[in-house]
Design a protein around this ligand. Structure first.
Ligand SMILES: [Zn+2]
Length: 288
């Protein structure tokens, strides 16, 4: 990438509108970050318990090995994991690093969205979508399932939001559902007819319809492109890694990779950075 292209990209990012910059909203920024970390902690519970059919509100957190309940100070979002060094104080069972990582990711996404959008209708809608996406990404990664409650629920929320939110257009949202859902459904259907097996899963298509409902049809091509790119890179890296590590057949790493985490990741990248910056960078790269 030549200097002029990277400069154009940085220019675009620095000219992006920041409706609530941290310098003007320091206290609010801290509050949104903290709230995001608490929501992230709740998302960990949802990701773990929901697919297992357990209650997400009761009981409180407990060690899955020795069943001791986890003390409040070890449960503090992000920091608690480091305080107990990722281990149960009672039996020494280790807790996944994913717990604080999800909390930090949720907190960072929350505060960056707040800086970008300020307190607005769109912030509320996109914040909620981001939280639901993180839950869906975690569940899909673990179980290869994208629950309809998230994806179709997201489509419904997105269409209701579009008809109430004066900041965006209902027709963009409807076109988004049609492009994300209908068009891709048709491609997936043709693929099955042609190859006799499923290419993209039904959950992925519903997720794209959800993206279209909340972000409009404009976001759909970006999300498909970026998710496919990272999905292929991830697949190659995983194949190379599992080969060199001599992973045994049937290992967790050799199963087909879920596409939902990549679709969700691309969507979050789009809302955090304003996808138009990447489109500008891409066309700059090709001198268009
Ligand atoms: Zn324990």
């Amino acid at each position: 990438m030549s200097d002029s292209h990277s400069n154009a990209f940085i220019d675009y990012l620095s000219n992006m509108s920041w409706n609530a910059p941290p310098s003007a909203f320091p206290l609010e920024s801290v509050m949104v970050f903290f709230l995001g970390a608490v929501f992230g902690s709740f998302l960990n519970v949802v990701i773990y318990r929901w697919p297992r059919g357990e209650s997400i509100t009761w009981p409180g957190s407990f060690c899955r090995t020795c069943l001791t309940s986890i003390p409040w100070w070890a449960n503090v979002p992000i920091l608690g994991w480091f305080v107990v060094r990722g281990r149960c104080a009672h039996c020494g069972n280790s807790y996944s690093f994913r717990y604080p990582a999800v909390e930090l990711l949720t907190a960072l996404c929350s505060v960056i969205l707040f800086w970008r959008m300020g307190l607005s209708w769109s912030f509320a809608e996109i914040w909620l979508m981001t939280l639901m996406l993180i839950a869906g990404m975690g569940i899909d990664w673990d179980h290869m399932i994208l629950p309809d409650e998230l994806t179709l629920g997201g489509v419904a929320l997105g269409l209701v939001g579009a008809s109430l939110n004066p900041e965006r257009s209902l027709s963009d949202a409807i076109l988004g559902v049609l492009l994300g859902g209908g068009f891709l459904w048709a491609i997936a259907y043709l693929y099955i007819v042609w190859r006799g097996r499923e290419g993209m899963g039904g959950g992925d298509i519903k997720l794209l319809a959800w993206v279209g409902a909340v972000l409009g049809y404009q976001a759909v091509p970006f999300v498909i492109l970026v998710a496919s790119l990272f999905g292929s890179l991830g697949g190659l890296a995983l194949a190379a890694w599992s080969k060199s590590a001599g992973a045994e057949s049937g290992s967790h790493w050799l199963r087909p990779m879920p596409f939902g985490p990549f679709l969700g990741g691309a969507t979050i990248l789009y809302v955090l950075t304003d996808g138009k910056a990447w489109v500008a960078w891409y066309f700059g790269l090709h001198g268009l």
